[in-house]
Design a protein around this ligand. Structure first.
Ligand code: SAH
Length: 268
């Protein structure tokens, strides 16, 4: 008499995938592969829904915190990740997050939830908007002559408040989640010693057909953004590198921009 066959190993697995900043061409090859292999995909407001064409086989669940009539909390998302991974005999879950997985956006907490539940996971980094939105606006975050360092900071004052004086040695500042608080943040940066004449630019919906850019100085950028009517999601760059946009802007006049605009218009 033979013993019953051992239970097959569980398929439960979570891929935390950086979707890139918006342009669907900026997903990594490994990210695309994980989407093709997924049983379930949990995707964000900032992850381009166009990317779901990589996973027609999968159950897709929108867990964006924007556009939901009911607010879905981070704790609920963490719980759903684990629940879906354990469903049936275990499922492959792709968690598609805007930009990079571990640059804000609470990806670290999702990884911790997997660890706590004993669900194996992987991290597939993505192209972060902190670098890509400036790049598509013609702004390199570093430059041999103008900037030898950059810092990425949150403008969301709920996430811990600012320590701008600690950033005094950093050449380029890239501010995420800060459009609404731009007035206060720029004033704080000036109070912490940054020159109000420092060039600044805000890039809304960077790398997409909806990209729009406002420029000014640290002293004027909040007003420029207000006048242009720019809203979240947007990245603000502060530093001498912003001057380079004048000669390096490439995207807004490109075929790529027109193609993305056409594709987005069709999707709407
Ligand atoms: N993990 C993401 C950031 C998440 S926090 C990343 O690496 O890009 C969300 C913030 O990211 C937004 O408030 C905005 O500041 C920024 N952001 C994301 N996508 C953007 C885009 N396409 N253009 C401009 N800013 C963007």
């Amino acid at each position: 008499m033979t013993d019953a066959a051992p239970a097959p190993p569980s398929r439960a697995f979570v891929s935390l995938i950086g979707a890139g900043p918006g342009d669907p061409g900026l997903l990594t090859l490994r990210g695309a592969q994980a989407l093709r292999e997924a049983d379930v995909v949990l995707f964000d407001y900032l992850a381009n829904p166009e990317l779901l064409r990589h996973c027609p086989q999968a159950e897709t669940i929108y867990v964006g915190k924007k556009g939901f009539s009911e607010y879905i909390s981070q704790e609920q998302i963490n719980a759903l990740l684990v629940e879906k991974a354990r469903e049936g005999g275990g499922k492959r879950v792709a968690r598609l997050k805007g930009g990079d997985v571990f640059v804000f956006g609470r990806g670290g907490e999702e990884a911790e939830a997997c660890v706590a539940a004993g669900v194996p996971f992987e991290v597939i980094p993505g192209v972060t908007s902190a670098v890509a939105a400036p790049a598509y606006a013609g702004i390199p975050v570093t430059h041999r002559e103008l900037a030898r360092s950059f810092a990425v900071l949150t403008g969301n004052t709920q996430e811990g408040g600012a320590h701008y004086e600690r950033l005094s040695g950093v050449d380029t500042l890239v501010l995420l989640m800060g459009v609404r608080n731009l007035e206060a943040i720029s004033a704080d940066l000036v109070a912490a010693g940054r020159d109000p004449q420092t060039p600044a630019a805000t890039v809304q919906w960077g790398t997409t057909g909806r990209q729009r850019v406002a420029t000014g100085t640290l002293g004027t950028i909040a007003q420029a953004v207000r006048e242009a009517g720019l809203e979240a999601p947007a990245v603000t760059v502060v530093g001498e590198v912003v001057r380079l946009r004048e000669s390096l802007r490439w995207f807004e006049d490109s075929d790529l921009f027109r193609r993305l605009q056409a594709a987005e218009a069709e999707a709407r």
